[in-house]
Design a protein around this ligand. Structure first.
Ligand code: 13P
Length: 235
């Protein structure tokens, strides 16, 4: 199966002009062994010209329309060609106070609408310092509550230990493999991605393992050269 390489631009770049340039750079990437998904901020979605990549959103609301100021619904995203959606990113949990219950509503709505869900899970440093058993217990709770009432959901799970995000300190791939297997034991058939300080230099350490189905890339996805290096690793 192809590796899934997802670019999460987060709240970047700072102008539509810069986003157009980045889309153009991404459009030049050649991939046959990887599927590329680009998740820009909402206002830039319509600027994408997805040919060699698919489009993803960074969030979604659980209702499909109505009086929900500031929110964005699945049909709106789909009308712009969006196929994937990231749900439950740790930055949303931290800065917007998203709970597992909110995540659960969003996952249900997105799956019902036919979007491909990338559910983010991962422990903070305090938990990981206690060891892998504690980390698995933390992730297990996020999976149980985030996927409550869903029977055999078909989705992508991104394991993103919070301490590895944007820190330059990626996980130990051996631990990532162990966590990926654990996640798959909880959500059968899930494609499991790793995210957290992935770059062109360390991508191979993760992607060479068959247990790791791909990567969710933040900072390095904003530098076309870096991102290309990650894709080249897979190819
Ligand atoms: P970085 O690649 O910048 O560490 O971000 C990872 C991430 O949060 C992707 O969703």
């Amino acid at each position: 199966m192809k590796k899934l390489i997802v670019a999460n631009w987060k709240m970047n770049p700072d102008s539509a002009q810069a986003a157009k340039q980045l889309f153009a750079d991404m459009g030049k990437l050649k991939a046959s062994k990887s599927e590329i998904v680009i998740c820009p901020p909402f206002p830039y979605l319509h600027l994408a010209k997805p040919k060699n990549y698919a489009l993803g959103a960074q969030d979604i609301f659980w209702e499909s329309k109505g009086a929900f100021t500031g929110e964005v619904a699945a049909p709106m995203l789909q009308s712009l060609g969006v196929q994937y959606v990231i749900i439950g990113h740790s930055e949303r949990r931290k800065w917007v106070g998203e709970t597992d219950e909110v995540v659960n509503r969003k996952v249900k709505a997105a799956l019902a609408a036919g979007l491909k869900v990338i559910l983010c899970v991962g422990e903070d440093a305090e938990v990981r310092d206690k060891g892998m058993t504690a980390a698995k217990r933390f992730v297990d709770k996020e999976l149980r509550e985030g996927l409550a009432d869903l029977k055999n959901p078909s989705l992508i799970v991104a394991y993103e230990p919070i301490w590895a995000i944007g820190s330059g300190r990626a996980d130990n791939p051996t631990d990532t493999v162990e966590m990926a297997e654990f996640i798959r034991s909880r959500v059968s058939g899930a494609r499991v991605l790793y995210g957290g300080s992935v770059n062109s230099g360390n991508a191979k350490d993760f992607l060479q393992h068959p247990e790791i189905d791909g990567a969710l890339v933040g900072g390095a996805s904003l530098r076309a050269y870096e991102f290309k290096g990650i894709i080249t690793t897979v190819e």
